[in-house]
Design a protein around this ligand. Structure first.
Ligand code: AMP
Length: 280
């Protein structure tokens, strides 16, 4: 496994990589969700590149950039076990030199949900991912459904800017009790960890109501809100039943829709989602 710590090293490694290249961008502190993407990339490509970069430009001033969990040694051991070929770990100084002034802004789909709660977040995400794509030049890039809006934003960016790669979105990996795996779960104390299962419970409730034939999106939102509101440690930021492509809030459900939410459990902000199918 090669470790590229500069852009030049990554580009050199890329030019020595024949065949298809599968790329998994991450912020590190890896868990089974990340590793499932690496595994899929391994199956589908000749060369697998994983990046570890905690991207400062996607964090708001009051967010957790400084305290975001990091453990490079453990990450590298996990990636080695998954037969990763190249790990790209650039520095923030090299990614964003002093006179950096070019940004990628994806409009509309970023106005809602995470975009409205975290102003500037997707500008940082789209910019860093565009830079990583230019440096790594992947054949395929792998993203998790866990961050559904992010996956949509990247797909839109790649299509609008004619990027020469395929964006692959893979299912959310969950703990046994349903909690979506996330590097931020480490912030939860034992009591909060128990409470955190409420996100998946609310999504499961929406799925159950939909299965029974409920097509009023507001009833789904209300029932999910009522369930989560019973938990004193949980504070809802948004509960959404939206179109899977535009993320516009729906009043009536027809076909597939995205049920998604952001909930604070104590100080920790968690997001989760599922696609509600008509005949699940
Ligand atoms: P992050 O390190 O949080 O930026 O995540 C890197 C990639 O892993 C993103 O494409 C995420 O959507 C994906 N990811 C994070 N958690 C999960 C999960 N529980 N299941 C599947 N993919 C995930």
């Amino acid at each position: 496994m090669q470790i590229a710590k500069s852009i030049a090293q990554m580009k050199a490694a890329r030019s020595n990589s024949p065949g298809s290249v599968g790329f998994v961008p991450t912020m590190g502190y890896l868990h089974e969700g990340h590793l499932a993407l690496v595994k899929q990339a391994r199956v589908e490509n000749s060369v697998v590149v994983v990046s570890i970069f905690v991207n400062p430009t996607q964090f708001g001033p009051a967010e957790d950039f400084k305290t975001y969990p990091r453990n490079t040694e453990r990450d590298l051991a996990l990636l080695q076990k998954k037969n990763t070929d190249i790990v790209f770990m650039p520095s923030a100084e090299e990614m964003y030199p002093e006179k950096f002034s070019s940004w990628v802004v994806v409009e509309k789909v970023t106005d809602r949900l995470e975009g409205s709660c975290r102003p500037g977040h997707f500008k940082g995400v789209a910019t860093v991912v565009a830079k990583l794509f230019n440096i790594v030049e992947p054949t395929r890039a792998y993203f998790g459904q866990k961050d559904a809006q992010q996956a949509l934003v990247i797909k839109k960016m790649a299509a609008d800017l004619n990027m020469n790669l395929e964006v692959v979105v893979s299912p959310t990996v969950r703990e046994k009790d349903g909690l979506a795996m996330s590097s931020r779960n480490i912030y939860l104390n034992p009591q909060e960890r128990k409470t955190a299962t409420i996100l998946f419970k609310a999504l499961t409730l929406a799925q159950k109501l939909r299965k029974k034939g409920e097509s009023d999106a507001e009833i789904l939102r209300q029932q999910m809100t009522a369930l989560i509101s019973r938990e004193p440690l949980a504070k809802i930021e948004y509960i959404s039943i939206a179109d899977t492509d535009t993320l516009e809030e729906l009043s009536t459900i027809n076909g597939q829709v995205l049920a998604s939410m952001a909930v604070r459990i104590g100080q920790t902000r968690l997001i989760d989602n599922i696609i509600l199918k008509q005949n699940p």
